[in-house]
Design a binder for this molecule. Sequence first.
Ligand code: NAD
Length: 347
Amino acid sequence: MTQPEMHIDRKLAKDDLILITGAGGFIGGALARYFHDLGYTRIRAVDRKPLAEWYQRVPGVECLSTDLSEKENAVRAVEATVEVYNFAADMGGMGFIERFRVECLRSILINTHLVEAAWRAGTERYFFSSSACAYNTDLQKDPGARALKESDAYPAMAERGYGWEKLISEIFCQEYWAERGLETHIARFHNIYGPDGTWFGGREKAPAAICRKVIEAKDTGNTEIEIWGDGTQTRSFCFIDDCVLGIDLIMHCDKLIATPINLGTSELISIDDLVTMVEQIGAVKLARKYDLDAPKGVAGRNSDNTFIKSVLSWEPDTPLRVGMAKTYAWIEQQYRDRKAGKRVVQD
Ligand code: NAD
């Protein structure tokens, strides 16, 4: 079901000020476009990156480049806001979060300052983008591991660094509601992918990396593809359009105040099968070389969607094959543009 088919009671006037942090990145940029297209006229988009490096700049959206791990900047950013969506974090795919744990942990400063500033400013609703990496890693040691339900975050044994930061920030959000009455909403994203995201440079995630490798192989005539791990790792992947709609639904649901909820699909696939899918999209067959020493994350992770279906009567439903075809087409165009010396999303 798409947004125009759903009625969402946002309790939000079209000129209420909405803050989106991390808006120079993938999900924040997509959400700024989404609210703009729905007719919201006062959107403040903030990111640490210089404006020229933002993935999307939406016309009519106020764009500020500032570091939100500094308290004064967080205070200025939330001034007069009715809603705050926090996507700002130092993050990336496994290649980043396994190597840069300190950077991941330091994102705690962003949420800590923002949630306090939002409470002081009288902001009505606050959204935090948590992650499936907050789940207990002991439950993810097998490619066929059962899907994770919300209660599986405890007893806690999160992904070291990135996952623990998410878990602690979730607790901040829950206690700002319990003790101080700031309405907070928390989604645990499961591998979001799609156009206008990171596709090279070391922070990209598996779907984008695999698309890029296949496109590169076709272009250069290379017949081999390198895969991180042994290819048996399993994941579910959620298309960006489902993600932004899910954020809107979760933020505006009274039953989901201070209650972490999965936002992902339950369509499980192994990395090997994802490579096959991308080969089919690209109409090519490559020899596989497995790098067993590369970062590969947990063995298996899927989203149990029982809770989201019961509370929202909805779950992300874009078939992976459809979302991957759109992602592949976008990366292919980016690849061509870059080769032709044109500016692309991450330049
Ligand atoms: P992204 O890297 O594309 O966007 C994050 C943005 O935050 C970047 O543009 C970065 O410059 C900005 N940022 C970092 N530090 C900042 C600071 N101190 N001040 C201001 N801006 C800062 O990532 P994304 O995929 O859009 O993810 C958005 C959020 O969703 C993050 O919190 C991430 O942890 C979470 N998440 C994403 C996924 C996913 O699959 N993409 C999965 C789980 C959770």
